[in-house]
Design a protein around this ligand. Sequence first.
Ligand code: 3HC
Ligand code: NAI
Length: 709
Amino acid sequence: MHTGATGPVARAMHGDILVVTIDNPPVNALGVDVRRGLTATIDAAGADTAVKAVLIVGSGKTFIGGADIREFGKPPMTPFLPDVCNGIEACSKPVIAVIHGAALGGGLEIALAAHYRLALPAAKLGLPEVALGLLPGAGGTQRTPRLIGAAAALDMMLSGRHVGAAEAAKLGLVDRVVDGADPLAAGLAYAQELVQGGAPVRRTRDATQLADTAAQRAAIDSARAETAKKSRGLFSPLKIVDAVQGALELPFDEGQALERKLFLECLDSPQRAGLVHAFFAERETARAPETRSAKPRPIERIGVVGGGTMGAGIAVAVLDAGLPVTMIERDDEALARGRKHVEKVYDGLIAKGRITPEAKNATMARFNGSTSYDALAQADLVIEAVFEDMAVKHAVFAELDRVCKPGAVLATNTSYLDIDEIAAAISRPQDVVGLHFFSPANIMKLLEIVVPAKVADDVVATAFDLAKKLRKVPVRAGVCDGFIGNRILAVYGQAAHAMMEDGASPYQIDKALRDFGYPMGPFQVSDLAGGDIGWATRKRRAPTRDPRARYVQIADRLCERGWFGQKTGRGYYLYPDGARVGTPDPEVEAIIDAERARAGALSGKAPRSFSDAEIVRRYLAAMINEGANVVHQKIALRPLDVDVTFVHGYGFPRYRGGPMQYADTVGLPTILADIREFAKEAPLFWQPSPLLVELVDKGANFASLNQSA
Ligand code: 3HC
Ligand code: NAI
């Protein structure tokens, strides 16, 4: 056997054991060169009498991160991954996989095709293809259930979750777990033991965990029923169940042919394109220009000013990241309330059995509260989350300016206020940045990092570093009213309200958008968040509203009655006896009718009906058009930043990739034609974005702008 390398696959003899090292940074993905190298190496090993066993290891911290996602959607190149896996399984010498880090998707499928599997404590095994709109397509749907049974295999494939070494051993996914961090040493010891013991070639295709057919069929039936309910609108989950049923009913080769057919169907689906777009986009947004040009400042101690909805949620997010937090409130009573908000989150987790009371106490030991700003003297970063009122913000920042040490990062969680103005009022505007969390702040993944004119690059880099520590998805935004998300929301919110006044019921609008893929419609969201929040914003903006612009008053009529949504028992929907799911309210429909009549008397227009398709077209066109404006004005760096904002902050269906990716799949000329048609009746609202017009003129799409920033 020649030692050396075939592309990113290196071979070396250690005695009579051939060590095959996959070295394809950053995650050893199975690109075409790796597939070629593996095939050539396994073929050669089979033919070489000096080789008694083959050890497959991954270089770096990953075993194998899966198929190369960048190849999806491009012309396929041989050898295909299922054939590589079959070649490994067919090898006449025992093949051993040593899993010391992530073995995901195709990476786990390689390991399953090997004859023995050894795991180190840091191993992470998973079949996350479902998150990319796919199914395990290299034998995973056939080998996994044969090895660990249908129920466990379906759980892994439908959830995409990562399984640690101990659980993998318990499931029967790996043969042994050994301590240590050196995969080569551990693997060689195991391989020598197998060779000396005369261990046979043992193929997963012959494993017998599917033998009890009745029990396995029951597991498949129940997964199918559950999936139909839970994965509404998703394409690949039911295909996964079909493939596992094939594993039960068909010989291995026929099952694999079925898997291949289903895999190719998934690969071709727009959902796969949307989910892969989301995967790369959310990694891309974590890299802003400032993260390349500057080093983050160290952050060990964090302060939060305000212990209301957001301040408490942010404090939990900080505590969950293992960092200490100091909360400042106005007085003892407010501070006690703030602390209670924080504790309530952990009490909820205790009630659900997710943490122990001791764990809560250990976490709360990192929480400090004070009514004196002096407690922030040593903080490295402070996040202000007090009332949305410029005078209050100025007062808080003046205090921070007074007490904080030089170099401390001073952040505001404001939703709409001008951060340049907040920064300009203190002596260190270079340290002021926006950190716009979403409610509930300990759960929602999105963090808009708002970059004012005078902020230093290393402060922005620090904000991105904080996002990573808090496990948030950061998106860089410029200063404007509402930044990326709330600014666009305001526009498509108006489109929804206009449709309501023109004849569509809020219940129909909600349903049309749920059918599009949203977990909830906009009026359900308003009821959940509380109608009073939007009402306060509308009142604040009233003096600057364009008098020519259409203003639908239905929401105000509900708020004037104190109908703010779930918390008041009624909003657009009724929530009798604290119900969490609302029912349509005839009184609301009557109020809407009266408003339609009032508006109609002025405009001369009668209410009309809307199809669900028209509702979606108008709602999305408004969102996409304002998204284009936000990119055009450089509030968002690229269209993909808008996509990530909406997927992680506003419930936009991830499988559609985001509004701008969706626009590309519909076609920008179609979107522009819609806007021009809608503009015939409402030219002030439906003004095509200059960027949209420019792209259509050039025959380009939003994706063409994603590489440029
Ligand atoms: N293919 C191509 N690139 C990949 C990749 C893959 N499978 N997995 C990760 N990358 C890239 C990322 O895009 C990123 O690139 P960048 O630096 O240019 O942004 C880089 O590798 C590092 O990724 P992360 O930032 O995510 O690094 P982490 O260390 O945080 O996580 C990981 C590593 C756990 C491997 C994580 O990247 C991950 O979960 N990757 C996806 C795994 C996956 O879904 N595999 C299944 C693929 S589908 C498949 O195998 C089909 C088969 O069944 C036929
Ligand atoms: P809230 O009213 O629930 O909490 C505000 C808290 O700030 C109160 O506990 C109050 O006692 C405290 N406070 C007021 N003045 C203070 C001062 N001078 N010093 C110390 N504490 C003071 O408000 P909420 O919803 O938490 O909002 C806070 C900020 O976060 C606002 O700027 C808001 O726009 C923003 N925001 C709100 C979101 C939401 O969904 N509620 C989402 C994202 C941002």
